[in-house]
Design a protein around this ligand. Structure first.
Ligand code: GLA
Length: 698
């Protein structure tokens, strides 16, 4: 095999490059932004992580991706040329076919088709004066199987000393928008709280404002007690029914008392609003320990995150033994189960019960993680053949949340068709429901087999809808796009889980197991948080709380934004309008108080002005608009509401009907537009006319 040396391909452009011009390898142009149809684009490696190899030749430098793939570069008129050797990686065994394209300001300026097994081909383009460059790989028209596409020795030349703009430089970036916390008391509790009959309740009233704040509870049913000093409500209610409790909060600042009714709904459903909390995985991955969990608990309280409603503190993978890693890490070694078959936590977790007790002592709830397979994704012991026994251990230790991650279950699965994917979740769902303790059941199987359609039936309170997300725009934006058809399955107690938050310092941004700041731009972080709240997704903070910065904290603690996530109606947002050419989209969800939350998402890199067109969406009358991030009224509007949204940002607003405003009768709720508008447009095209809004049902 021949090995090519770095950047030899730029020789082809020697004539276009003059002394002093800057050569910029493709992998130094913000690769985290490159979209890849499978996996993620890699520097110096194929998409599967092998050495780049095309037609038997190995290339040391370049980028491996998978069709369909796009990479956008803002050149600002400073680019001169691009050159690469392209082909399908040899790891596809001669299969696959793709087309590589270089697009300059919207025009295809170079195009090369490649088949698996062929030698790499030269692609080069003159980019003088170009503002926006797109590198694209399509599937060649025959589907994306085996389309592992390599841009080898890929290099741009830029005018002397210039370079492409970074993602953050391409557009105006939003700073902190959440206003400073008001000194007046505010109760941030969800309106409805589900519990099963007779199961222990632990509920800490989330209150913000200047301390000391005096709180009280009225209308407590028998069996419940409330401690105003700790703000913890505890006890249990034996009889099914609805029990409204009126909480009040008062301090010397506000001239009035703040009231909030929380209805304790005793029945067979729990998690009536999406669970909020913190999970160890994105902050520590396989490095979690009892000490780190306790620090996270302390930080949640110290930072006041609990006062905004974050209540679960969840250990992810690596509290169990790990036979593989245990060979080099003694803290993970030892017998995986005790003589009686009960699960044996690893040495980093000396006392699971004591940890749960500690979490509970702060009014918070404890969560843990397992797999229906013999081993978890990190290779720790799973629950295979010990499901009931494990459920009982969780109860004995006092845990309140189980994330149940498919992982190695593939190796032991049985059944045919749908059954194959569902069995382990139905099984654990039943075992958990039998327990004398409410345990939120979080399904983690990456959205397979349309889990949104059966997750609740299996006893799930939430289910992951995608593979793992990371702190990159393609990952978060891909996760958002994947939710488009899932809104209909979101309901109180049954939530689409778009995965844990990747805001703030996390291990994916760092190198070699260390942490670094989220690679998402500030705008992208607004989109992440806004959309998760629109989806009514569980909100699991994923960053290290000991190093959290003001900006991240401001994203996590905006009570008006969080109230969208926690809205008691539980309606997930649908994409009601999209302008694919512009990259802008409108998502909407109805709220319990009759208002509508809209997310104006700009998927393009450049700032875009766009609007919520009332008539088109079947909205009539006047609507009061509240900017939720800024917590500010924007005025009352009768025809449309417009905003200028920076690249990759989301503008989040709540529209409340004024004086009898509402939806046209043809709409059940605002989300009907998700099917109605494309349907109307198709029919209009078929008729050769333009469609009227809600044609025929005014
Ligand atoms: C899977 C899950 C992640 C995390 C890891 C732990 O990848 O999807 O959320 O729990 O396993 O190994």
């Amino acid at each position: 095999m021949t090995t090519r040396l770095v950047l030899s391909a730029c020789a082809a452009f020697a004539s276009a490059v003059s002394f002093g011009d800057t050569l910029i390898p493709l992998d130094e142009t913000g690769l985290v932004r490159m979209r890849s149809g499978f996996g993620s684009a890699k520097s110096g490696k194929s998409v599967d992580g092998n050495a780049l190899r095309v037609g038997g030749v190995e290339y040391r430098r370049g980028v491996g991706t998978h069709a369909p793939s796009t990479h956008r570069i803002a050149a600002n008129g400073n680019a001169l040329s691009f050159s690469a050797l392209v082909g399908v990686d040899d790891e596809c065994g001669g299969k696959g076919s793709v087309v590589f394209r270089v697009i300059a300001d919207g025009k295809v300026v170079a195009e090369v088709a490649a088949q698996g097994g062929e030698a790499a081909k030269q692609i080069s383009a003159d980019l003088a004066g170009t503002k926006r460059i797109v590198l694209e790989v399509t599937d060649g028209g025959d589907g994306m199987h085996y389309d592992h596409a390599d841009w080898c020795d890929a290099v741009f030349s830029f005018k002397d000393g210039t370079k492409p703009l970074s993602a953050a430089e391409m557009t105006r970036q939003l700073g902190i928008l959440t206003p400073k916390a008001s000194p007046s008391p505010r109760i941030n509790a969800p309106a409805r709280y589900g519990v099963r009959p007779g199961r222990p309740i632990l509920f800490k009233l989330p209150v913000t404002g200047l301390e000391p704040i005096e709180v009280s509870a009225k209308g407590l049913p028998g069996g419940l007690s409330f401690d105003p000093a700790t703000r913890i409500l505890s006890g249990s209610i034996a009889k099914p029914g609805e029990y409204p409790v009126v909480f009040s909060a008062q301090n010397t600042v506000a001239g009035r008392v703040e009231f909030k009714t929380v209805t304790f709904v005793v029945g067979d459903r729990i998690a009536l609003t999406p669970p909020m909390g913190w999970n160890s995985w994105n902050a520590f991955a396989g490095g979690v320990s009892d000490a780190k969990m306790r620090t996270a608990v302390d930080k949640i309280v110290e930072l006041g995150l609990d006062a905004h409603g974050y209540s679960y503190v969840n250990i992810d993978d690596f509290w169990q033994k790990n036979p593989q890693n245990g060979k080099s890490d003694p803290t993970l070694a030892g017998p995986e189960r005790n003589a009686d078959g009960t699960i044996a936590p690893n040495a980093r977790f000396p006392d699971m019960k004591a940890l749960a007790d500690y979490i509970h002592s702060k009014g918070l709830k404890a969560g843990l993680y397992s797999s229906p397979g013999p081993y978890t994704c990190g290779g720790c012991t799973g629950s295979w053949l010990h499901e009931l026994q494990d459920a009982k251990s969780y109860v004995a230790w006092g845990y309140d949340y189980l994330k149940y991650d498919w992982c190695s279950y593939t190796g032991v699965q049985s059944g045919e068709g749908h059954d194959k994917y569902r069995r382990p979740y139905f099984l654990m769902g039943r075992f958990l429901a039998m327990q004398p303790r409410d345990i939120v059941f979080s399904l983690c199987q990456y959205g397979w087999d349309e889990v949104s359609t059966w997750g609740a039936l299996a006893g799930g309170n939430c289910w992951r809808t995608t593979g793992d997300i990371f702190d990159t725009w393609p990952s978060v934006y891909g996760g958002i796009r994947a939710q488009a058809a899932l809104w209909q399955y979101s309901a109180p107690g049954a939530w689409n889980d778009a995965d844990m938050l990747v805001l703030g310092r996390n291990v994916w941004a760092g190198k070699g197991g260390g942490q670094d700041d989220s690679r998402l731009t500030p705008n992208e972080q607004y989109t992440h948080m806004s959309m998760w709240c629109m989806f009514a997704s569980p909100l699991m903070i994923g960053c290290d709380l000991t190093t959290i910065d003001e900006f991240t904290l401001s994203l996590l603690t905006n009570d008006e934004v969080l109230a969208i996530d926690q809205d008691p109606l539980g309606a997930g947002a649908a994409r009601v309008l999209e302008n694919a050419d512009e990259g802008t989209e409108l998502w909407a969800r109805p709220l319990a108080d009759g208002s509508i939350a809209f997310a104006m998402l700009n998927g393009d890199e450049e700032e875009k002005g766009f609007s919520i067109p009332f008539a088109k969406l079947g909205m009539r009358g006047r609507w009061k608009v509240r900017d939720l991030w800024r917590q500010r009224d924007d005025g009352t509007f009768g025809e449309s509401y417009s905003a200028s949204v920076p690249g990759h940002a989301t503008h989040l607003v709540k529209l409340s009907p004024v004086d009898g405003a509402g939806l046209k009768p043809c709409l059940r709720d605002i989300r009907d537009n998700a099917w109605r508008l494309p349907f109307d447009a198709d029919r209009a095209q078929a008729r050769g006319a333009s469609a009227g809004p809600c044609a025929g049902c005014d």
